[in-house]
Design a protein around this ligand. Structure first.
Ligand SMILES: N[C@@H](CCC[C@H](N)C(=O)O)C(=O)O
Length: 265
């Protein structure tokens, strides 16, 4: 069986997307096959795989799998890529609402290809000794550093992700540096078990943690974030320890399309 697939990237976080509105190509239980498709030498290569489905009451649903083939939690860049994919499929996304692993999201695609995605509100940020920990749809550990270029993101990220506290459930790990333009961030991703070029829920976590770290005044805030794969922007409203109206914004681009013809498909 030939399965049509599309490859997208959002600031270098790359995904295989499959349209499951008319036909169920994958049930989601094919952990090994999904990991194989995401493998950078044996498959197409991607940080994750996304199934776009119909969902009652919404424009579409995004079902997300990490590169290890397991269902992941919310993926911000994947969400932005799914909006661009929905547009390519003819779904109106100038203003849309879709269902994702952490619930409903509003989003819009601008004429210049920039995708704005509303993230779930954040009610609590744990501030520990030298770190912040919060859930922006996915769990994120955030550590501020003075020189990001000095950090071995894979080694240091892996040590935190597999420490006593996190080894069972896992966490994504972000190293972030303040710059004159905003923030610069690098992320080790759970489920990819490697550094990715960008992480949307991670960028969101860094922006919120930064407002707490800098004791920024309540109100609307905008944080530009440079990732290794491109520029993101996070807009949000700070109300004490509560964060609402959070928007993750940036480009999402189709890279290529093709057909899967793996055994069993
Ligand atoms: N790359 C993603 C984050 C994906 C979720 C994560 N790896 C997990 O399941 O913990 C993003 O852009 O947010």
């Amino acid at each position: 069986m030939k399965v049509p697939f599309y490859k997208y990237q959002g600031t270098g976080n790359d995904f295989i997307l499959i349209d499951q509105r008319k036909q169920q190509w994958l049930s989601g239980e094919e952990q090994e096959a999904i990991a194989h498709l995401c493998h950078r030498r044996l498959g197409i290569g991607a940080d994750g795989l996304i199934l776009l489905r119909n969902r009652e009451g919404y424009d579409f649903e995004m079902d997300y799998f990490n590169a290890d083939g397991r269902r992941g939690s919310m993926c911000g860049n994947g969400g932005r890529c799914t909006v661009a994919f929905a547009h390519a499929l003819g779904i109106p996304v100038e203003e849309c609402q879709f269902w994702a692993p952490d619930g409903p999201h509003r989003a819009r695609l601008r004429a210049d290809g920039w995708v704005e995605l509303e993230m779930a509100d954040v009610q609590h940020i744990e501030a520990g000794a030298g770190y912040y920990f919060l859930d922006t749809g996915s769990p994120h550990y955030v550590q501020f550093v003075t020189d990001l270029a000095e950090i071995d993101v894979v080694q240091a990220g892996r040590a935190i992700r597999f420490n006593e506290r996190f080894k069972a459930q896992g966490t994504n790990v972000n190293f972030v540096q303040k710059t004159s333009q905003g923030l610069e961030a690098a992320t080790y991703e759970r489920g990819v078990e490697d550094e990715t070029l960008s992480c949307g829920t991670g960028a969101t976590a860094c922006a919120l943690a930064n407002s707490l770290a800098g004791a920024l005044a309540d109100g609307p805030l905008l944080t530009p974030i440079q990732t290794k794969g491109g520029q993101l922007e996070v807009r949000f409203r700070k109300e004490g320890a509560r964060y609402t109206d959070i928007w993750l914004c940036g480009p999402a681009v189709q890279v290529f399309q093709g057909q899967l013809s793996l055994p069993g498909f």
